[in-house]
Design a binder for this molecule. Structure first.
Ligand SMILES: O=P(O)(O)OC[C@H]1O[C@H](OP(=O)(O)OP(=O)(O)O)[C@H](O)[C@@H]1O
Ligand SMILES: Nc1nc2[nH]cnc2c(=O)[nH]1
Ligand SMILES: [Mg+2]
Length: 164
């Protein structure tokens, strides 16, 4: 449950691209990886960027849903990992990518499916941090991250509270 999120952390496309590329730099040398498994939906964007940078051509997905907007519910697996990827996991050369780890519930569920994979996220909150092998930026547990695909350009009133 993330209703306690007090702070907003909006991320632009530019920043997300930069942070995802930074993740690719960090992952280079930890491989080689034969396949990337993106945790849909949020993991699909960074997975594509990482796969491009590391020249990984096999990109798969697993679909896990646990949030309805900011409310966390039961973990539901909507699309399981393919048998080919389960087979590849034995080699330890599978890379799982997600946009963030929060409570760690999603990461825990996917790690059970692919126990030998390297788990990477762009952002991490303290509760889930230890469940990922690599991440770029940590934010506090009471921060809600807004991804660029959740945002639009909008009017903001002046800090002084007056009209502009
Ligand atoms: O560590 P947790 O507390 O499990 O939260 C992290 C997960 O929550 C979000 O996905 P969400 O279930 O909202 O679906 P989405 O990727 O389709 O937005 C996010 O993309 C992570 O996958
Ligand atoms: N967009 C978004 N989804 C989440 N799912 C769990 N935590 C978060 C968060 O901080 N931002
Ligand atoms: Mg997700």
């Amino acid at each position: 449950m993330n209703q306690s999120a007090q702070k907003n952390f909006p991320v632009t496309w530019d920043q997300f691209h930069r942070d995802s590329r930074a993740l690719a730099w960090r992952l280079q040398g930890l491989g080689p990886f034969d396949a990337v498994v993106a945790i849909a939906r949020g993991g699909l964007v960074p997975a594509t960027i990482v796969a491009r940078e590391l020249n990984i051509r096999v990109v798969e997905s697993v679909a896990v849903k646990s949030y309805d907007h900011k409310n966390q519910g039961e973990i539901r697996v909507l699309k399981a990992v393919s048998p080919e990827i389960l087979e590849k996991d034995r080699t330890g050369r599978v890379l799982i990518v997600d946009d963030l780890v929060d409570t760690g519930n999603t990461a825990r569920a996917v790690r059970e499916m692919l126990p030998n994979a390297h788990f990477a996220t762009v952002y991490a909150k303290p509760k889930g941090r230890d469940l990922v092998d690599s991440f770029i930026t940590e934010v506090s547990q009471d921060t809600w991250i807004f991804f660029p695909w959740d945002l639009d350009v909008a009017y903001v009133p002046p800090i002084s509270g007056g009209t502009d």
